[in-house]
Design a protein around this ligand. Structure first.
Ligand SMILES: [Cu+2]
Length: 154
């Protein structure tokens, strides 16, 4: 919790953000796709709906250090005919009343420094840090490759 508040302060979000009744988000189907072998990185996906009247922004994802060394917000985009990915500077805007989807081939959470990859059937507890709605606890379910989630980015 300390780390979240520190991060919120660092990013300029008010520490009392979670008490702001006018900011709220709903997270649907947070999932990750199992890695091949002990790959050091894996992708996480979900649907975020802003149910409040104010624009919000997903600033960061915090993941337990025993699962992944770090989690970053990434996007994939075609550049000169080549698919590239990189960090999303400034987070992901979640406009009021709208739904934003993180999915394979697009925006995603990138789990890095994985000890033993991601195994289907396991769970990744994480905290999403929103500028307005504050910290939101979620659990990514790791799904098998080739499942409903489609192919992995990585
Ligand atoms: Cu990535």
């Amino acid at each position: 919790m300390k780390r979240i508040l520190f991060l919120a302060a660092l990013l300029g979000a008010p520490a009392y953000a979670q008490d702001d009744a006018t900011s709220s988000v709903a997270i649907a189907h947070p999932f990750a796709i199992e890695t091949v072998g002990n790959a050091p990185v894996g992708g996480g996906y979900m649907t975020i709906r802003n149910t409040g009247p104010r624009d919000d922004r997903l600033l960061a994802v915090i993941v337990a250090p025993d699962v992944a060394g770090d989690a970053q917000l990434h996007e994939m985009a075609m550049e000169d005919g080549v698919m590239r990915m990189g960090p999303l500077e400034g987070g992901i805007p979640i406009p009021a009343g709208e739904t934003v989807t993180l999915a394979p081939g697009g925006m995603h959470v990138m789990f890095t420094q994985l000890e033993v990859g991601l195994r289907a059937g396991t769970e990744i507890p994480a905290t999403l840090v929103f500028e307005g709605a504050g910290p939101v606890e979620i659990v990514f379910e790791v799904e098998p490759r080739g499942g409903a989630g489609g192919r992995s980015d990585h």
